[in-house]
Design a protein around this ligand. Structure first.
Ligand SMILES: C[S@@+](CC[C@H](N)C(=O)[O-])C[C@H]1O[C@@H](n2cnc3c(N)ncnc32)[C@H](O)[C@@H]1O
Length: 226
């Protein structure tokens, strides 16, 4: 089912979406770009490639949504010469008419790659597509509870709507699945540092680090599969 979320501007001037039935924002209202840069790029892919000194990574994103995190990651890969396999799970794909209105190429200072952002959204679902030479994307149009993946990943961007809106996605059984989908030394990063999330992550065997968050957010989490 394709949806038409409303676009709203966040405090750092970047756009985000509001889900039409769940009513939740796709990114922090304090700043969509700021959140993506800090949590998923700085504390996610940048942390991982530097720690393990690697030039290629595989990433699973729970909640592909507007594609901001995916596109930001593609730009990171281009800048740092990292090759990326990216798999995004999304139950509610957005109408492609919204893509240009989101204005992310301009917001991320990369108007010359606007075609790549467009291609991310128009690429086929359920199979890998080459978005750029070093960025392969597979989008899966399923609910997280129904995914059945054979491949494993180095990094999980766990970017579901919050536990208040979707408690079922922050459960021990979901994190068990996430744990099983990670390679050894793989990491899961998320913006939510609530006690129930920390407890569920620890219960399935993750080594947990609570990190300082971006401005206006006290803490975020990075969980490692040792
Ligand atoms: C916080 S937003 C993610 C924002 C996204 N990472 C981005 O960069 O725009 C949460 C996303 O999870 C999706 N979602 C909600 N329930 C889901 C489910 N059960 N399975 C998969 N995706 C789901 C929503 O449609 C939304 O795109």
């Amino acid at each position: 089912m394709v949806i038409n979320p409303k676009i709203v501007v966040t405090d750092d001037g970047s756009n985000t979406l509001v889900h039409p039935t769940i009513g939740a924002h796709y990114h922090s209202t304090f700043g969509a770009k700021q959140e993506s840069d800090f949590i998923f790029i700085q504390e996610g892919i940048d942390f991982y490639v530097k720690k393990l000194d690697v030039k290629s990574v595989s990433i699973l994103e729970m909640g592909f949504g507007s594609g901001l995190n995916a596109y930001n990651t593609l730009l990171y890969g281009l800048e740092h010469n990292i090759s990326i396999n990216y798999c995004g799970i999304e139950k509610y794909p957005i109408d492609v008419k919204l893509i240009s209105e989101l204005d992310y190429p301009k917001i991320l200072n990369s108007e010359n790659t606007a075609n790549l952002f467009q291609n991310m959204h128009t690429s086929k679902w359920e199979e890998y597509s080459e978005i750029s030479k070093e960025f392969q994307l597979k989008k899966i149009n399923k609910s997280l509870g129904n995914i059945d993946l054979e491949e494993k990943f180095d990094i999980i961007y766990f970017d579901a709507f919050g536990p208040k809106d979707q408690p079922e996605l922050w459960s021990v059984s979901v994190f068990e699945k996430m744990f099983s989908l990670l390679n050894t030394n793989g990491i899961l990063v998320t913006y939510c540092s609530k006690g129930i999330v920390k407890n569920a992550l620890r219960a399935v065997g993750f080594d947990l680090q609570r990190l300082a968050g971006p401005p206006s957010k006290r803490h975020i989490l990075r969980a490692t599969k040792l």
